[in-house]
Ligand binder design. Structure first.
Ligand SMILES: Cc1cc2nc3c(=O)[nH]c(=O)nc-3n(C[C@H](O)[C@H](O)[C@H](O)COP(=O)(O)OP(=O)(O)OC[C@H]3O[C@@H](n4cnc5c(N)ncnc54)[C@H](O)[C@@H]3O)c2cc1C
Length: 373
């Protein structure tokens, strides 16, 4: 039997693609290595307003897994502290395993052949398509959507070019209300504490540097102490994270790379859920167009669309990141000193303002901060 489409990996990217392929009449295989949902994926579970809106469009019951809405960020650099206030929600907080289980259960399972507990291993070239080899067998498919995350074996096999950084995360039992971001000592990253009710997800990452220092674990423990999280650590783990580029390598003949498998993560904040969902939606559109026309260029247009949607934003994220981290003390001082700058930072971190817009707004605000306006 030949499948029209196979989706490997059922995180936000794979599930969003499947959601948009519901009722398409296509023969679709979905392969996921986890044996059941909920399953663990290291992630702080924060949804920016743009990610929340996008997901809610596809999954209207999303609020059932939103644990908190946060309108205030507490920022730290060494002992210096700044508060980013906002009149609207800055981040919607979910527990990632609950979010993914909800997304998975929201699919119409009758429309797909869903194979849980099956790991995709390699691909071979097929006639007008691809052969997908897994732990349970081989499948002929016309189009393969690779959504198997940052550790994707198929992305490695096909030499997909991605920048990869590193994170370390823990769940700490502790009731807490605010969202903390601490930049102390990072070259290009931060410590975070995201409240989830009875638990806080804390973590840290250097987003553009895959040299793992064995001290990440101790560093996280020190930061947890600094911010008063002394409860029981119920889970902890290190995990890589991609950093998106201006040109992302997300296409091979008959194969599209979605979300983390394609490296589609904001290189400054580490936000990836939005890009996973959006890339899944764009991929589903390209697949439908290709399968109705037979024109491979329609499938390839996915890469062009991804780069025009995200490439510019990732490029400017790197510009803003260089500006911020090379003069971190000075920039932090600006955020503390000027309400306009702190409001701008809140707009940027919530995803309401693009990096490019923020960059030029910031340059305009600087003279006013220095002369005390
Ligand atoms: C510590 C940390 C914190 C983060 N916090 C945030 C945050 O707060 N907000 C945010 O927006 N982003 C965050 N991110 C990024 C975000 O988690 C990812 O960008 C997002 O999960 C990408 O979704 P995805 O669907 O591409 O991949 P994933 O969510 O990784 O899903 C991949 C799926 O593929 C399956 N799989 C893997 N290999 C195989 C295989 N060989 N065969 C079959 N199935 C396979 C996995 O089991 C999994 O279900 C964070 C990342 C890290 C590491």
């Amino acid at each position: 039997m030949i499948y029209d489409v196979a989706v490997v990996g059922l995180g936000p990217a794979g599930i969003s693609a499947l959601k948009l392929l519901e009722n398409s009449g296509l023969k679709i295989l979905a392969v996921e290595k986890a044996a059941s949902f909920p399953r663990r994926k290291p992630c702080a579970g924060g949804l920016t307003p743009k990610a929340y809106s996008l997901l809610k469009e596809l999954f209207p019951e999303l609020d059932s897994v939103v644990r908190k809405r946060v309108s205030r960020f507490l920022l730290y650099n060494s002992e210096s502290k700044a508060v980013l206030p906002s009149t609207s929600v800055l981040t919607y907080l979910t527990q990632r395993e609950e979010l993914d289980a909800f997304l998975f259960n929201s699919l119409d399972h009758s429309q797909f052949d869903i194979h849980l507990g099956e790991t995709a291993l390699t691909v071979d070239k097929g006639l007008d398509g691809i052969v997908l080899n897994t732990t349970r067998g081989s499948y002929r498919v016309r189009v393969l959507l690779v959504a198997s995350g940052v550790n994707s074996r198929i992305a490695r096999q096909l030499g997909v070019s991605r920048d990869i950084g590193f994170t370390y995360e823990s769940y700490v039992e502790s009731p807490f209300e605010d969202l903390i971001i601490d930049f102390t000592g990072f070259r290009w990253g931060y410590y975070w504490a995201f409240p989830k009710g009875d638990t806080v997800t804390t973590g840290l990452g250097e987003f553009r540097d895959k040299r793992v220092t064995s001290s990440f674990r101790e560093l996280l423990s020190d930061f947890n102490k600094k911010h008063g999280f002394k409860g029981k650590v119920t889970w902890e783990s290190g995990y890589p994270i991609p950093a998106g580029k201006s040109k992302n390598d997300v296409y091979r003949p008959y194969v599209l790379f979605l979300g983390d498998a394609g490296g589609l993560v904001d290189p400054l904040t580490g936000e990836g859920i939005y890009y996973a969902v959006k890339s899944g939606m764009v991929a589903a559109g390209a697949v439908k167009q290709y399968l109705t026309s037979g024109d491979l260029e329609k499938l390839k247009s996915y890469e062009t669309a991804v780069n025009s949607l995200f490439g510019e934003e990732f490029k400017w994220a790197r510009v803003v990141g260089r500006l911020f981290f090379s003069l971190k003390g000075l920039n932090f001082f600006m955020i503390k000193r000027s309400r306009s700058v702190s409001e701008l930072a809140a707009e940027l971190l919530s995803g309401r303002l693009s990096y490019r817009e923020s960059f030029f707004k910031y340059l305009k605000l600087l003279p006013g901060v220095f002369i005390g306006r």
